[in-house]
Design a binder for this molecule. Structure first.
Ligand code: ATP
Length: 325
């Protein structure tokens, strides 16, 4: 289980780099944002998502209240924040899995607010879930095939022309096997998906999301409940998605993972975006530290860390027993 992290200001944070990115191995070609210092809602050079006045409440509780946000294209953005900050709810809204009270958002220049999840996915924006979805009694390969977009075989006219759907079926199977190989799950292709470890199911979910050749992949706590060996492998896969030209947004509690992977960090607290920027600067931001510690600043830090750890453990059961790959 990943441990929650209380950010500590680094001794000398790096100034905003021209590339705006984190790990040098996969540096970006140019800055991600425009006009002055990074701040909540700052304009991006090339946003893939733009959202305005997004609000969602549950009874009297305002879970999400985001004024304006832009997600940079071809970058890895980490969405962080304390438990209950509204991260998953915001994911659900952007991907059409939940309905906002109000708000407008665009994906790749076209409105997708109010668009249902399956249509959002068809347009090229897919997501995975914090707790891996049930795969029913399907084999690994069959659950991959279900992730394919626009299967001709499902269409009436195509069903009248068997060669058409056969060709489509074959392409889908080839793509599934290719992705299973990439995600080191090829040997498991005929196993029941349910028989796999929690970490392997996370890999399968990520691989399945790619069956529709998305432009944007949103991962909700991809590393939660995953053992350290598989965590490294998942990190590698996330970085590779960007190298393959995709944009990635992921929710993560472990700041070491965020620093190792993200080019950009968005911090939510109490439903709002309270900070944005490159990882080193965001971690040093007193607003971020305050968001994590809240009203606990006067308490012993170890005591606070232990409390947050136990709260996190109680609300985030492991996804299942983990095997190494
Ligand atoms: N279906 C729901 N019904 C009622 N309240 C909800 C519902 N979903 C979320 N909430 C509440 O909305 C707030 C934001 O929850 P959300 O799960 O989005 O936060 P989060 O930042 O993803 O938290 P975590 O890091 O613990 O997963 C919380 O107070 C939560 O209890």
């Amino acid at each position: 289980m990943p441990e929650p992290y209380i950010p500590e200001p680094p001794a000398a944070p790096e100034p905003a780099a021209a590339g705006g990115g984190a790990a040098g191995a996969h540096a970006l070609p140019g800055p991600l944002w425009k006009d002055g210092p990074a701040r909540p809602g700052c304009a991006k050079v090339d946003p893939i998502i733009t959202a305005d006045a997004v609000r969602k409440s549950f009874g009297g509780l305002v879970a999400v209240d985001v004024e304006h946000i832009e997600i940079p294209r071809h970058a890895i953005t980490a969405l962080i924040g304390p438990n209950g900050a509204g991260k998953t709810t915001f994911f659900n809204l952007l991907t059409g899995f939940d309905k906002a009270d109000r708000g407008y958002w665009e994906f790749d220049g076209a409105r997708i607010s109010g668009v249902p999840a399956w249509k959002v996915a068809r347009r090229g924006q897919v997501r995975t879930f914090q707790l891996t979805k049930a795969f029913g009694g399907l084999s690994v390969l069959d659950s991959m095939k279900l992730g394919a977009r626009g299967q001709l075989g499902e269409r009436f006219w195509a069903s009248l022309v068997p060669p058409l759907w056969r060709a489509q079926e074959q392409r889908i199977e080839e793509r599934a096997l290719e992705l299973l190989t990439q995600f080191t799950l090829y040997e498991k292709r005929n196993d029941l998906a349910l028989s796999m470890s929690g970490g392997q199911r996370k890999l399968l979910e990520m691989a399945r999301a790619l069956m529709s050749d998305p432009q944007l992949v949103m991962l909700d706590e991809p590393m939660a409940g995953v053992n350290p060996a598989l965590t490294q492998s998942l990190l590698g896969h996330i970085v590779r998605l960007k190298e393959q030209g995709m944009t990635v947004v992921f929710v993560e509690h472990d700041m070491h993972m965020v620093q190792a992977t993200a080019d950009w960090v968005v911090v939510m607290a109490q439903g709002k975006v309270v900070a944005e920027g490159v990882p080193a600067e965001v971690m040093a931001d007193p607003i971020v530290i305050d968001a994590y510690l809240g009203a606990n600043m006067d308490r012993d830090l170890h005591e606070v860390v232990e409390q947050i750890r136990s709260e996190y453990a109680a609300t985030h059961p492991a996804g299942g027993p983990d095997d190494a790959e």
